[in-house]
Design a protein around this ligand. Structure first.
Ligand code: NAD
Length: 442
């Protein structure tokens, strides 16, 4: 006998309430692994579905390659059987809730590449069953859940909001942030129907501190893009202010610190060598791409993208000007870069502006090496570049030491005192007393 909507709703809700619901997280990366850990901590059984054999082996042996998840956190969950990893999409057959956390990069022409989402949905589609909740967490353009995922899942003959539930819930994790993690960062959910929203809120409410429901999947998708566009645009603005301060012969860092004393109406953002990571340089382009299809040109996004993406060139220009003071040119100069991770205290080099700066310096004939306590080696096009130890000899022999990532383990006073010249692109040397070394700031 076919089940009624009311019955099918209560089956999933009951499983969630009793914590017997089985969860599959598709993609065990920076977003998926912390999510799986929270689900397991809440007492639910979770399996991470992966396409990477290395990842499955690593997680199955209780080891993590994500900075925010230690082996000590992961291993007991794996050992107790609460958290497992698999390459077999058939694990979805037994799942009550599936969260999709796969990458959403840009193509070479800066168009959204939703191929990872589509292949994940293919796996879900094959094993979709009644009472299943499917949530997309990957950042994407407004309309993706409704236009790309819903028709594929409904092709099974099952109806969303009646036979299965579909929602979008953006992950807001900030890698390396010790205060705000997956659990205590409020979570947005938007379902295709009110029943879908209710199921998604009930699911996340089991293991996260606060859930905020919005009216639709499109609204939830747009919330995430507003958040990341807000960051990109404000960083673009402050990067431009840095260019202006350079021309006005003013210290941009002094200006920002003073402006930040205003207790209302101002939020400090800081300039730097460019944008990095899998989110801020990419996500706003998902929004502008969607708007182009509606004949709207997203001006702020494009302008901020333009300013931010040119910052590496500006950094190289500043290095050239600093070397010029010593009657040296970039060609032939020994340059030691400190930090290739895209931000402090993490090992992620995706979209890192440090790599752009290194490339530009090499093109101009500099001999570049780098030190980074979190990154032992990086791929630069066809070659692998290995980190050098941050020794006094390395600092002394460099014509310029360029701070591109302000890792907290560095002793900046020692770096300034030992180096011939420091180009500080992050205001990392702000507490170094004046007169110690020769420091140029962005
Ligand atoms: N990294 C962040 O700080 C962050 C923050 C918020 C949101 N996001 C968004 O979350 C999404 C995931 O980002 P991430 O940083 O976790 O990516 P990631 O590259 O770290 O992890 C993605 C994982 O998904 C796996 N994968 C790819 N296709 C798959 C498939 N079809 N089936 C199973 N596994 C598959 C990959 O092997 C990889 O391990 C992106 O949309 C990103 O924009 C990322």
């Amino acid at each position: 006998m076919p089940m009624t909507t009311q019955q099918s709703v209560s089956i999933l809700e009951t499983k969630l309430r009793e914590r017997t619901a089985k969860v599959v997280v598709v993609g065990l990366g920076y977003v998926g692994l912390p999510l799986a850990v929270e689900v397991a901590h809440a007492g639910l059984h979770v399996t991470g579905l992966e396409i990477s054999e290395r990842k499955v082996q690593l997680v199955s042996s209780g080891r993590s390659d994500i900075d925010d998840i230690s082996d000590a956190t992961l291993a007991p969950l794996v050992k107790s059987g609460k958290l497992a990893a698999s390459l077999d999409p058939a694990v979805i057959k037994d799942a009550d809730c599936v969260a999709i956390c796969v990458p959403t990069p840009l193509s070479k022409t800066k168009d959204p590449d939703v191929s990872f989402i589509l292949s994940a949905v293919d796996s879900v589609e094959k094993h979709l069953h009644r009472d299943m909740l499917v949530v997309l967490e990957s950042t994407t353009y407004p309309g993706t859940t409704e236009e790309l995922i819903r028709p594929r899942l409904e092709a099974s003959g099952m109806k969303v909001g009646v036979d299965f539930y579909l929602a979008f819930s953006p992950e807001r994790v900030d890698p390396g942030n010790a205060k705000w993690g997956t659990k205590n960062t409020p979570r947005i959910v938007g379902g295709t129907t009110p029943a879908c929203s209710r199921m998604a809120a009930a699911f996340y409410g089991l293991f996260l501190d606060k859930v905020v429901a919005v009216s639709s999947t499109q609204a939830a998708e747009m919330v995430k893009l507003l958040e990341n566009t807000f960051r990109s645009v404000n960083i673009g603005l402050v990067n431009e202010v840095a260019l202006m301060c350079d021309r006005l012969n003013l210290d941009v860092w002094e200006i920002i610190e003073a402006a930040a004393t205003k207790p209302f109406g101002f939020m400090p953002f800081y300039p730097g060598p460019g944008l990095g990571g899998h989110c801020i340089p990419i996500d706003p382009h998902y929004l502008s791409w969607k708007l182009k299809s509606l004949n709207y040109y997203a001006r702020f996004i494009e302008l901020a993208g333009d300013i931010n993406s040119h910052m590496p060139e500006y950094v190289v220009d500043r290095i050239a000007r600093a070397l010029n003071e010593d009657s040296k040119s970039i060609k032939g100069a020994d340059i030691l870069v400190l930090g290739v991770a895209y931000k402090r205290d993490i090992s992620d080099v995706r979209e890192s502006p440090s790599l752009d700066v290194i490339r530009l310096l090499q093109v101009r004939g500099a001999k570049v090496s780098y030190a980074d306590p979190h990154v032992a080696a990086v791929r630069m096009d066809d070659t692998i570049m290995e980190a050098v130890p941050l020794s006094d000899a390395a600092l002394k022999s460099a014509d310029s030491v360029v701070i591109l990532t302000d890792h907290t383990t560095y002793d900046y006073q020692h770096i300034c005192a030992t180096s011939r010249m420091v180009m500080d692109c992050r205001n990392a040397t702000k507490n170094v007393p004046k007169g110690v070394g020769r420091v140029w700031k962005l």
